[in-house]
Design a protein around this ligand. Structure first.
Ligand code: NI
Length: 165
């Protein structure tokens, strides 16, 4: 297992456009493995290569609570989007924060797998949100630019003064 350092908001690499992967290589295979390790260790549901400092169009996602269903997307693009969902979104590059973002409720993505074979995958709810969020990363876009209102802390503090008893 090898994890990589996650880049945080303010790092200019997160604002750059990532380049398409032209062919599978040992380097890209290792990148994918390391991205999965990094995502699982950080308990995130998705990670895009620019977040570990690599400007390649590679995304990993796993929205399952078990963390046993990784989705690997190379050169992904959204080809269909329907509906709307409004909810809190966070990002491993913006630790401890969340903010309200409107996204399509269902999206269909076309991408390449690790064997550079084209496939399509559909997602609803959280998975659709993850597709949109991670693909935005490949275009140098952070969710904070889409937040309605302001970012808030995700840490919950117990406030004993508010106890009604
Ligand atoms: Ni993110």
């Amino acid at each position: 297992m090898a994890t990589r350092n996650i880049r945080y908001m303010g790092d200019s690499i997160l604002e750059k456009t990532a380049k398409p992967v032209k062919e599978m290589s040992e380097k890209i295979k290792t990148l994918i493995e390391d991205m999965l390790d990094t995502m699982y260790e950080a308990q995130g549901v998705g990670l895009a290569a620019p977040q570990v400092g690599i400007l390649k169009r590679v995304v990993v996602i796993d929205v399952t609570p078990e963390g046993d269903s990784p989705i690997i997307l190379i050169n992904p693009e959204i080809i269909e989007a329907d509906g709307e969902q409004v909810g809190d979104e966070g990002c491993l590059s913006v630790p401890g924060k969340a903010g309200r973002v409107t996204r399509p409720n269902r999206v269909k993505v076309r991408a390449l797998n690790e064997n550079m074979e084209e496939f399509e995958i559909e997602g609803e709810g959280l998975l659709a949100r993850a597709f949109c969020h991670e693909i935005d990363h490949l275009d140098g876009k952070l969710y904070v630019s889409l937040v309605e209102g302001s970012l808030h802390d995700t840490v919950v503090y117990e406030d004993e003064d508010e106890d009604e008893e």
